[in-house]
Design a protein around this ligand. Sequence first.
Ligand SMILES: C[S@@+](CC[C@H](N)C(=O)[O-])C[C@H]1O[C@@H](n2cnc3c(N)ncnc32)[C@H](O)[C@@H]1O
Length: 177
Amino acid sequence: MDKRVVRAASQFFQTLETDPVDWREVLSELLLHSSFIHHHSSISLHWGDARYLIQQIPDNSMDIVFHDPFSSQHCPELWTVDFFQQLYRVIKPDGVLLTYSSSLPVRGAMRAAGFVIGETHPGHQMGDGTIAAKKLDDLLFPIIGNVDERRSIPYRDPHLCATSKTILRNRQEAIEQ
Ligand SMILES: C[S@@+](CC[C@H](N)C(=O)[O-])C[C@H]1O[C@@H](n2cnc3c(N)ncnc32)[C@H](O)[C@@H]1O
């Protein structure tokens, strides 16, 4: 969405001696050509609003999604039931979605979109994240049992184009009903 992020990373990212590529070169190439090819691997960068771009991605085509938006208070549009439904659609039957967030509305949105969810690393000092899958068998630490329905009320964005302000306000109204 924001070329400045990739430009800054292409200038300042630190490559480790053990890394297989120079990440500054990779990022500069992505900035210029939106793709990078190295031996048998490739990276493609898609510029724009992920809510629109994801609609062009075929069903059952992704093994792993690393979901790393800003927090749900700042960027609720990428944490809605409707966006997770799109992620569910593009992820393969044995694929997974990983994120740093463990917030209840985020987990509620994942569940409402059809995912089963689990902890990534219970008790980790950096805090826990969430792994979402299509089958319970694919989770090492599944979260099952009762949930706090009220605190888990998810964000919604049925047309995938609402502003963050609207999404936050609508959830607040749903809580107060
Ligand atoms: C927390 S940063 C993480 C970026 C990257 N994963 C990293 O580690 O550098 C979140 C990124 O999401 C982008 N972003 C925010 N809203 C977006 C949207 N609707 N569609 C696509 N990207 C978006 C921001 O521009 C920002 O670069």
